[in-house]
Design a protein around this ligand. Structure first.
Ligand code: NDP
Length: 277
């Protein structure tokens, strides 16, 4: 019997999740279909209820419903609690198990695919929105030397840093600052987790943020050389990456959670990669 999964969002046309999960199902021999569900705004719960009533077993959640899914869930994993948002749900009877795999996907891409260990590294994260919230604990679990969160709205960065310190008892120093506070400090890994690249904007970051040998990682994907990656390249950074691997790896985490088998992501990443030019 074919099992049913879907991604829910609004808009949803742009989602790559059906392509990714269909490819995963083929290579792992799983009998499932995976569709796109467009939910009207304000009708998330009704739309998910209908999907479950029709036998659906799980959903990925994309904008703008990650907070609605947080409210809808009956059982939130620590990753979802820390992120304050949900990107994957599993339905079992009355239970709605909820996870946020974005951070795990990011770390897996960086450490495993890009072969860039985070242990002992100085990490800078631009932005203090949902993606940063999701990424923080998985990044901290790698044991970096320190993590600095820099945000346009400084209070959000400070709040997130405090929350992270509480969660891991201060084992790794985490600071929340404004862009002006960075001065000439430099970092081994710089993540752009702002949404600036979606509108071809550049956060007010100085080129000195990139230490020699640094990895500059843009969480947005499919945009080629974004203003952030261009800044890094002009600063002499040769290790540039965008979020296509993160996208594939968070999908693989969800697939394994649903199906108990982990798909290889290399082919999907190759298929979805847009050259960074
Ligand atoms: P949010 O809307 O939750 O947060 C946006 C963040 O960007 C805020 O911190 C905001 O600052 C900051 N920001 C926006 N514009 C600018 C600007 N011009 N200059 C400086 N800072 C700016 O977005 P998300 O956290 O959900 O997403 C962030 C990025 O991560 C997006 O590019 C998204 O596509 C990507 N992403 C990629 C995934 C993947 O699988 N590859 C998964 C999830 C996200 P302020 O607080 O001051 O408003």
């Amino acid at each position: 019997m074919t099992d049913h999964y879907a991604v829910i969002g609004n808009p949803i046309e742009q989602s790559k999740s059906p392509l990714i999960h269909t490819a995963f199902a083929q290579v792992t021999g799983q009998d499932l279909d995976y569709t796109k569900v467009l939910s009207p705004l304000g009708e998330f719960a009704q739309t998910v209820d209908a999907f479950r009533a029709a036998g659906g077993l799980g959903m990925n959640v994309t904008a703008p419903f990650k907070l609605d899914a947080f409210a809808y869930a009956t059982d939130l994993a620590p990753s979802a609690q820390m992120a304050g948002a949900v990107n994957a749900m599993k339905f079992e009877g009355d239970k709605v198990y909820a996870e946020n795999f974005d951070g795990l996907g990011l770390v897996r891409d960086v450490v495993h695919n890009l072969q860039c260990p985070l242990q002992g590294r100085r990490v800078l994260i631009l932005g203090a929105g949902g993606a940063t919230r999701g990424a923080l604990l998985p990044i901290l679990a790698q044991g970096p030397a320190e993590v600095v969160i820099v945000n346009r709205t400084v209070a959000k960065a400070e709040e997130l840093a405090q929350l992270a310190c509480k969660h891991q008892s201060g084992a790794v120093p985490v600071h929340g600052v404004g862009y002006a506070d960075l001065r000439a400090r430099s970092f081994d890994v710089v993540f752009n987790a702002t949404s600036a690249s979606l509108t071809a904007q550049l956060p007010p970051l100085g080129a000195s943020a990139f230490a020699p040998g640094c990895l500059a990682y843009e969480l947005a994907y499919g945009k080629g050389l974004t203003p952030f990656l261009k800044l890094a390249q002009e600063a002499g950074v040769t290790r540039l990456a965008d979020g296509v691997g993160m996208l594939a790896e968070q999908a693989a985490e969800a697939f394994e959670w649903w199906r108990g088998v982990r798909p290889d992501t290399a082919a999907v990443i190759r298929q979805l990669t847009v050259p960074l030019v």
